[in-house]
Design a protein. Structure first.
Length: 79
């Protein structure tokens, strides 16, 4: 995990769901409201699991993109 600007970047490459969502949930607890968690994942199922996770937790999925085999999600903490 590293900080980039005000974003917290979580490198989850090689990790599979649901473990990466559980790790993101834990990291989000330490982020200030309004802060952003950037998840970098290689598991293709994240395109399903991460939006569901964000919806269930009440945060905002501000960006979702794919660069080759890398899936990137930006989650803004709302509460």
């Amino acid at each position: 995990m590293m900080r980039q600007n005000d974003d917290t970047v979580l490198d989850l490459r090689g990790m599979r769901c649901p473990h990466l969502v559980l790790k993101a949930k834990k990291v989000l607890r330490g982020i200030k409201v309004g802060g952003t968690l950037v998840m970098e994942c290689t598991d293709p199922l994240t395109v399903i699991d991460v939006p569901i996770f964000v919806n269930q937790t009440g945060h905002l999925l501000s960006e979702q993109s794919r660069h080759d085999e890398l899936f990137i999600f930006k989650i803004v903490k709302l509460h």
